[in-house]
Design a binder for this molecule. Structure first.
Ligand code: GTP
Ligand code: MG
Length: 433
């Protein structure tokens, strides 16, 4: 499953394996490739846009110890998991039989899913009844009965004179000593008002624990639109993605939860009764990205990131432009007379204005506080200072985001003009900031 998507996605990560740093232009190219790939995989456009937008906001150029490939994998893994929805188990009725109502279009896989879900729950120790509640296709009831018999599940028909006998279902549920009743309801060719009304009526009268919508994943992003139409008119609580084995490119899997707002709870992965599994977004995202063991992968990345935050750099003494250097320079300025320092920046014979002197002192104090509020990693790599980090630094140093921005701008200019750190020091000494 998702082999096609996995192969293609992993291909666009491959070039980053041998790279040491990640530049903004690499990120832009990567996002462009990813966008095309998802569109080609029949992922719905709002989902593609949302994912790319989230990644655009999160991904930043990297020079740290996490490899660009791992950094991209980690970030895409987190955002993809978010898009795929969240995992939750089926709700139970603590007081009696749990009723799961299956709905969906004709041929989507309802009857097969009823049997698969029943078998899945039976294996976890539950006593399960498959209930026929599709009055229009007598062959459907027979199909359900045979599946129940083949797989050691109980069977009950609630169809009488071409109608679903709701009272019979209620009675049955009241008296039943079984754990679960799965109802296979009627499908239609299209999403039609009367089908949705029937579903709402059944829901109101039976008050089931779950109304599970079975969608055909082979339809790609259309499956998401179907789920959305159902959700808007009937009380759907979860989706079963049937025929996910036919969703090679993942269009349906990636679109359904986000577009419809209904979580995918299970996936049908083949024609056999055992081809059925709970849908776990994090696991699915890891599978698509080829991350074998997502837990240990994430732990490794977190540890590396933590290491970067804690320690300045193993190389330590190597001279590089960074914020620590600027802090040293400010320190030396405040030690010598600020009057001398400012005098150097002024035309010959002009006097240092006492008010400007006060302002200068204050400014240097603020700039020092700003740099002191940065982590060691941020001082070494000021390019990671995005809006939220700048806000934190401003709060931590008792300054404003504008002041942080100003310091960053000055730092950027100094880097541009000075070719190496010693030249920068000279510029500072010459009163050129
Ligand atoms: N490959 C594959 N085929 C499936 C899966 N689930 C169901 N099918 C096939 O899809 C076809 C339709 O399945 P049904 O369960 O009869 O669908 P239904 O929604 O009950 O259909 P109606 O009762 O006619 O509305 C059958 O041929 C199933 O074998 C799946 O997960 N994978
Ligand atoms: Mg059926």
């Amino acid at each position: 499953m998702f082999e096609g998507l996995a192969r293609r996605i992993q291909n666009i990560f491959a070039p980053f394996k041998s790279k040491g740093i990640l530049k903004q232009e690499d990120i832009d190219q990567f996002l462009k490739d990813l966008r095309w790939l998802l569109i080609e995989a029949d992922v719905s456009l709002p989902v593609v846009n949302e994912l790319i937008e989230r990644l655009k906001n999160t991904l930043k150029p990297q020079t740290g110890v996490v490899s660009p490939q791992d950094y991209l994998l980690k970030t895409v893994y987190e955002e993809l998991t978010g898009i795929l929805g969240s995992y939750r188990p089926l709700k139970n009725n603590p007081k009696g039989v749990s009723i799961y109502l299956l709905a969906g279009l004709q041929g989507s896989g309802k009857t097969t899913t009823a049997a698969k879900l029943g078998y899945f729950l039976k294996r976890s120790g539950k006593s399960v009844v498959l209930g026929a509640a599709d009055p229009y296709r007598p062959a459907g009831a027979e199909q359900l009965r045979v599946l129940a018999q083949e797989n050691g599940l109980n069977y009950e028909s609630f169809i009488e004179d071409g109608h679903v006998n709701v009272n019979k279902i209620k009675d049955f549920a009241k008296r039943s000593l079984h754990d679960v009743l799965i109802l296979d309801t009627a499908g239609r060719l299209h999403v039609e008002a009367d089908m949705l009304k029937e579903l709402s009526m059944l829901n109101a009268q039976l008050n089931p624990q779950e109304v599970l919508l079975v969608v055909d994943a082979m339809l790609g992003q259309e499956a998401a639109n179907i789920a959305k139409s159902f959700k808007e008119a009937a009380p759907v609580s979860g989706v079963v993605l049937a025929k996910a084995d036919g969703d090679e490119l993942g269009g349906a899997a990636l679109s359904v939860a986000f577009v419809s707002g209904v979580p995918i709870l299970f996936m049908g992965t083949g024609e056999h009764i055992k081809d059925f599994e709970p849908f776990d977004p994090a696991e699915t995202a890891a599978m698509i990205l080829g991350i074998g063991n997502p837990k240990s992968f994430m732990r490794k990345i977190m540890e590396l990131q933590q290491e970067m935050e804690d320690k300045p750099s193993a190389k330590g003494k190597e001279e590089k432009f960074d914020m620590s250097m600027l802090l040293d320079a400010f320190d030396s300025i405040s030690k010598e007379s600020l009057v001398d320092y400012m005098a150097r920046a002024l035309p010959v014979n002009a006097n240092v204005d006492p008010e400007a002197l006060e302002q200068g002192k204050e400014r240097i104090k603020h700039m020092k506080a700003i740099i002191q509020s940065m982590t060691a990693y941020e001082r070494k790599h000021p390019e990671v200072l995005n809006a939220s980090r700048r806000r934190r630094i401003a709060n931590g140093s008792g300054t404003t985001v504008q002041e942080v921005n100003m310091l960053m701008k000055q730092y950027g200019m100094m880097r541009k003009f000075a070719k190496n750190p010693s030249q920068l020091r000279k510029m500072l000494k010459g009163g050129l900031i």
